[in-house]
Design a protein around this ligand. Structure first.
Ligand code: UDP
Length: 325
């Protein structure tokens, strides 16, 4: 019999790819999503239950109905700039919402959770590549909210025997290699889709936020990790918990960084379009370099990114974002 996994935020970018990976691994993903950012069309591998994270009664009813073996928790607000402007909304949704989820899980004896965390918990890193043991010092409410949930999970684990996998993503990139799922952020703020929009004539240019960083070409360096690889890591993490594995916190990145200029060059190469560049000021809160040390995920989850190549990530994103002719 297929094992059921409750996937909060399963209609979103990473969540929907995780549902596909779960389904391919023989699980039945049940999505719980308020469709505020996610889209129903991305829910294709199991039921879609529409509800707010804060609606504990509804969450409990969904858990009672489907009896999931574990939860994957993606539902959250994710835009760092917005979190600076509207911190209460972020803490309410990301922290208070997670507390509702944990209470609903506890009420129905669901004791395993895979949680979407972020490299933003490290803040401005003191060194790179960044291992999980690096200090935690988020510089915006988004990162704070994720770190608060990490700590809550640790405390609930100690008190009640909950087991968790906390996965700290670096920069999610790429798109479904089969072209079945399309990235859908409204409005778009992420570098690769924005550069693609410039290449496809959907925006006049791409702004480079800062050209005076202490990096070889002066632009920020990030560790881009393919969404299908994030999805496979989640499946491995849930399998590990179901097999009795202990709680784990692991980075998800490739261990390799690319600068903003290198990303633009990769998009130029993939689309054969000469993209217009606008040099802009630094974006507040952007560290110069964020690159993961992913060795713990390799060792403890047996995870190896299949699509670590930036050119391939850009090609997959271009294939699903290209305007249909
Ligand atoms: N960036 C940029 N121009 C843009 C959007 C992003 O130069 O229009 C830079 C941004 O400053 C960062 C990198 O691209 O260094 C990745 O940004 P993104 O918003 O995709 O992800 P983040 O690193 O904020 O999670």
């Amino acid at each position: 019999m297929d094992k059921t996994i409750l996937v909060t935020g399963g209609a979103g970018f990473v969540g929907s790819h995780a549902c596909k990976a779960l389904s391919q691994a023989g699980f039945c993903p049940v999505v719980y999503d308020d469709l505020s950012n996610g889209v129903r069309d991305a829910v294709r591998w199991g039921p879609c239950e529409v509800g707010k994270l804060e609606d504990e009664a509804r969450l409990a009813a969904v858990i009672a109905e489907y009896k999931p073996a574990a939860v994957m928790h993606f539902a959250a607000f994710i835009e760092a700039g917005e979190s600076v402007r509207e911190p209460e909304r972020f803490y309410q949704n990301n922290v208070a919402g997670t507390l509702s989820l944990l209470r609903a899980m506890r009420a129905h004896d669901v004791g395993k959770i895979v949680f979407s965390s972020t490299a933003a918990v490290y803040g401005n890193p003191k060194f790179t590549p960044i291992p999980e043991t690096h200090g935690l010092n988020p510089v915006n409410p988004y990162g704070q909210s994720k770190l608060m949930v990490e700590r809550i999970l640790g405390d609930v684990a100690a008190a009640q025997g909950l087991r968790f996998s906390i996965l700290r993503y670096f920069n999610a990139a790429g798109a479904d290699p089969d072209g079945e799922l399309r990235e859908n952020h409204q409005p778009e703020t992420h570098l690769i889709p924005l550069v693609l929009q410039a290449a496809f004539g959907q925006r006049p240019d791409i702004a480079i936020f800062g050209t005076d960083y202490d990096t070889p070409d002066g632009t920020c360096i990030r560790d881009y990790v393919h969404v299908a690889d994030l999805a496979s890591a989640h499946t491995l993490a849930v399998q590990r918990l179901l097999a009795g594995g202990t709680s784990l916190t692991a980075n998800l990145g490739t261990g390799r960084g690319f600068s903003v200029r290198e990303v633009i060059d990769a998009v130029k190469a993939a689309t054969r379009v000469d993209i217009r560049i606008r040099l802009a000021d630094r974006r507040p809160g952007d560290p110069a370099i964020l690159v993961a040390d992913p060795s713990r995920a390799a060792r403890d989850l047996g995870w190896a990114p299949r699509y670590a190549d930036l050119a391939q990530q850009v090609q997959h994103a271009a294939a699903v974002l290209a305007p249909s002719r």
